[in-house]
Design a protein around this ligand. Structure first.
Ligand SMILES: *Cc1c(COP(=O)(O)O)cnc(C)c1O
Length: 379
């Protein structure tokens, strides 16, 4: 089967089929598009999936992180210790509350917030720790939990991951937040989920704040606290339920593609020093990644990361710098005074990291095109 050579290999592609279409149609025809039965159904099945006692569906990963930080008691003048190597949302949510995002450097192997560096960044103003399971690799939660501060987990990239001491990511009892944007392991278009332990008051608070501060027994337009509209619609929850049915398949697809990449890129790793994602169990035996993206680190001494990206584009392969260091973004420099050189591991990794096309139904010939193009570019 020959394909036109101009077919672009996309960076990401969701798996959406008849089941999702049917599920959406049913909601549209039911007339109840929001605040309906799909919301608790999706929450309960998602919580069960990761082994959490309960969960709250929200409009995005970002809004979920915001509500989880508020529930952890983070407020103005306080500090939240988090990773500078993440999507900007995980730091922004502290700023939403007038708290200062305090960064600490990352582990060069797992690329997750380094627990020792985080401990050194704690002050008497620290109200919470916000580790990120970056690229689906589980952060060292036992080490963070041992610090005795509230922990909120950014699990937006980590559905399907597992900790070395047993639980799935999201199932430890800390509030953990998942995101359902179209490139994530499970998508509802936009959306998110906060999983948490068994405290009913915590879920009640989060459910109220996502719904304008209304208590469940309050009448329309009566509000006992400040709230937001961070609800997830029944349309989105119906898509989420259909996606849960195929989650195992989608995760297996991602793991299969990662295996192809690893095999095809082993030579470039050995001979050119191309950096590949760390294998499972890299820090603790039993750690398991939930594959989200396939990010390589462009070796020193050859073409730069941006040159590699342009050369891949010329060969019909999409890629993306992934991720830029948050503390070096202009808002963070200007607002908090962060500057270059503060988190050298993060800065080094951020400058060389490139996400390659990666999605559950990626074909072997597409992986081959990407890896051949990369070999060509790296010489
Ligand atoms: C995707 C993502 C988010 C935010 O999710 P949205 O649903 O886009 O708001 C937060 N943190 C990380 C690490 C992410 O990858």
């Amino acid at each position: 089967m020959s394909r036109p050579p101009t077919e672009v290999v996309p960076l990401a592609q969701p798996v959406i089929g008849e089941a999702e279409e049917q599920a959406v149609l049913e909601v549209l025809r039911s007339g109840q598009l929001s605040l309906g039965p799909r919301v608790p159904a999706f929450e309960e099945r998602f919580a069960a999936r990761v082994g959490a006692a309960q969960a709250s569906a929200v409009s995005s990963g970002t809004t979920g992180l915001h509500l989880a930080l508020r529930a952890a008691g983070v407020g103005a003048g306080q500090e939240v210790v988090t990773s500078p190597f993440s999507f900007v949302a995980s730091a922004n949510v502290a700023a939403y509350e007038g708290a200062r995002p305090v960064f600490a450097d990352i582990d060069p192997v797992t690329l997750n917030l380094d627990p020792q560096a985080a401990a050194a960044a704690v002050t008497e103003r620290t109200a919470a720790l916000l580790p990120v399971h970056i690229f689906g690799y589980p952060a060292d939660l036992p080490a963070f939990e041992a610090m005795g501060l509230p922990v909120v987990e950014d699990a937006c990239e980590a559905l399907g991951a597992r900790h070395h001491d047993g639980p799935a990511v999201g199932g430890r009892g800390n509030p953990a937040v998942f995101g359902f944007y179209a490139n994530k392991q499970l998508t509802t278009g936009e959306g998110g989920m906060i999983t948490m332990g068994a405290d009913p008051a915590l879920k009640a608070r989060i459910d109220s704040e996502r719904n304008q501060g209304r208590a469940p027994d309050m009448g329309w337009l009566d509000h006992d606290r400040l709230g937001f509209n961070y609800r997830l619609s029944d349309i989105a929850c119906a898509i989420g339920l259909a996606q849960l049915d195929r989650l195992d398949d989608m995760l297996a697809g991602r793991a299969r593609v990662a295996g192809w990449y690893r095999e095809a890129l082993a030579g470039l790793e050995r001979e050119r020093g191309l950096g590949l994602p760390c294998p499972d169990g890299a820090r603790h035996a039993g750690e398991q990644r939930g594959w989200f993206v396939f990010v390589v680190q462009v070796p020193r001494g050859g073409p730069t990361r941006d040159e590699v990206m342009l050369a891949l584009r010329d060969r019909g392969v999409q890629s993306k710098p992934y991720l830029p260091a948050i503390h070096l973004m202009s808002f963070y420099r200007e607002t908090y005074g962060y500057r270059e050189g503060q988190f050298p591991v993060c800065e080094d990794v951020a400058a060389s990291s490139l996400a390659l096309p990666f999605f559950p139904r990626m074909r072997a010939d597409q992986v081959e095109r990407v890896t051949a193009a990369l070999a060509d570019v790296l010489g």
